[in-house]
Design a binder for this molecule. Structure first.
Ligand SMILES: C[S@@+](CC[C@H](N)C(=O)[O-])C[C@H]1O[C@@H](n2cnc3c(N)ncnc32)[C@H](O)[C@@H]1O
Length: 205
């Protein structure tokens, strides 16, 4: 997990503080009026907060399998009308999307490299069940791109794998192939600060 500071139940992550506004800059224009958004692995809840403060019309539901993270998200949800109470979701578990209402957007930042590949597989499998046909999946984080990979991402990959051999910065082509296998095409790839990418997936028209 990233380094975090806390104030009461609210957690703060230095990396989320750096990334939240650039992520909100991409997400805010992407979300339609009144969009129903489910965020996976929301951590401290700061990304949702940044979007909801700028887009009070949306319905943003954070989630995380980690209870301290959910408490932090709940503390934010109590203060922000666009943010709903968090859900306990582990997308590597079969059936994680069972019983959930339809959503317009699935958002997942900095999760699939810091968990086994089964997380990415479960994420997109569940999306097929709950995402509106014209909905979008937003994925943010570091990715590998063969010889064009940023040295910092190669170092990060090695350090993740030394912590857990099932973790690792994912090759972009493998992620795109996984999503294509579930009927999603890459609509947009946006270079972000610190060698991260924003990826937007949709179903073909
Ligand atoms: C590095 S943190 C990122 C938090 C936040 N999204 C951000 O960008 O600041 C990764 C988060 O993913 C969550 N996570 C890990 N495995 C998961 C899984 N299988 N399903 C859902 N969330 C998961 C962790 O509990 C953690 O809060």
């Amino acid at each position: 997990m990233e380094s975090r500071e806390s104030a009461e139940e609210k957690l703060f992550s230095p990396s989320a503080a750096r990334n939240s506004q650039p992520i909100a800059d991409i997400l805010c224009p992407l979300l339609k009026s009144g969009a129903r958004v489910l965020e996976i692995g929301s951590g401290t809840g700061e990304h949702g907060e940044a979007v909801c403060l700028r887009r009070p019309d949306v319905h943003w539901t954070p989630s995380d399998p980690d209870s301290a993270s959910r408490k932090s998200q709940a503390a934010r949800a109590r203060e922000i009308s666009a943010m709903q109470m968090p859900l306990d979701l582990d997308v590597s578990r079969d059936g994680w999307s069972d019983g959930l209402a339809e959503i317009d957007n699935l958002v997942c930042c900095n999760v699939i490299h810091i968990s086994p590949w089964a997380t990415a597989q479960g994420l997109v499998r569940g999306a097929t069940h709950i995402l509106h046909p014209k909905g979008r999946i937003f994925l943010y984080g570091p990715f590998l791109e063969g010889a064009a990979s940023a040295p910092s991402n190669l170092d990060f990959d090695a350090s993740l794998k030394s912590r857990n051999p099932e973790w690792g910065v994912r090759p972009l082509d493998e992620v795109v192939e996984l999503f294509a296998g579930h009927g999603f095409e890459l609509e947009q790839r946006i270079d972000m600060p610190a060698n991260n990418l924003s990826l937007i997936f949709k179903r073909p028209e």
